[in-house]
Design a protein around this ligand. Structure first.
Ligand code: ZN
Length: 280
């Protein structure tokens, strides 16, 4: 009888938290992104895409005029490796380097976690050079991507942990659950989500954050997408609206930027197009 009681108790201890986590990470309601994006594109377009609105623009010049040119939407995978001459703009976060475009968002996320739980979040690995990635591959790490297909080469990927909770164990911490539930509010996505292995080819990595910026991170998370699927949803040269944002994916050269939007961010997507994001 006592044995039975102990078994029941163990089952309750093990099953109740896992049910809670499952509830948190497998939302019942799944939106279909395609229709969401179509709805956005069907909003009235106050801006006509006529030639006078288009400037045969020089991307460096645009960057000087207050637009930001960054790497935030680079698709990096085995089919889309980074060019050999690629080298990101990095910021030193006390010995680890991240892509400068992710710095502010990372600080906001880390500060909020500290305020909420009193604990610091740490970076296990962020930017990795070609040499470092080669060493990891040679050591037989099953998670490591081939050299030019590694998001770590861009500094946009940040592997995080909290004290005592790293790797899959990160999800057993409140901080890890917070990161996995809300990182999209800060411009990050879980790049290899539990639902994405068939598409990314990489199993769930709850510790590997990838900066994509707002509102892209929110759309991806709200619709249970992978970055691969997200980028493909955009019909080139079409204009999409999401909340206060303007998004379009355009060929380099003639880039269309509506005048009434500010905070313009331009990022190549590593598939031959540029993402233009603006805020009203
Ligand atoms: Zn990683």
């Amino acid at each position: 009888m006592r044995k039975l009681f102990i078994i029941a108790l163990v089952l309750v201890i093990v099953l109740v938290p896992s049910f809670f986590i499952a509830e948190k990470f497998f939302p019942a309601e799944i939106y279909i992104a395609k229709s969401l994006l179509t709805d956005i594109s069907e909003n009235s377009f106050p801006y006509s895409k006529n030639e006078s609105n288009k400037a045969n623009c020089d991307l460096t010049l645009l960057a000087e005029n207050g637009s930001v040119l960054n790497d935030s939407l680079l698709l990096i995978n085995e089919n889309h490796p980074l060019p050999e001459n690629y080298s990101p703009e990095l910021i030193d976060l006390g010995g680890v380097y991240i892509n400068s475009c992710a710095e502010e968002s990372y600080h906001n996320l880390a500060d909020d976690i500290k305020d909420l739980y009193g604990n610091s979040i740490y970076i296990m690995s962020a930017f990795r050079s070609r040499e470092e990635q080669t060493e990891i591959l040679e050591s037989g790490n099953e998670y490591a991507a081939s050299v030019d297909s590694s998001e770590h080469l861009s500094g946009l990927a940040i592997d995080v942990y909290v004290k005592y909770y790293a790797g899959m164990g990160f999800l057993d911490s409140e901080e890890g659950q917070f990161v996995n539930s809300f990182c999209q509010d800060y411009g990050f996505i879980i790049r290899y989500p539990y639902y994405g292995e068939e598409i990314t080819g990489i199993p769930f990595e709850p510790w590997h954050l990838r900066y994509v910026g707002l509102p892209h991170s929110k759309i991806i998370a709200e619709n249970n997408l992978t970055l691969e699927e997200y980028i493909e949803l955009y019909i080139p040269e079409e204009i999409y609206y999401y909340e206060d944002y303007f998004i379009s994916r355009q060929k380099p050269g003639n880039i269309f930027i509506p005048e009434d939007f500010s905070e313009i961010v331009i990022s190549p997507d590593n598939t031959g197009y540029y993402f233009i994001t603006g805020k009203q």
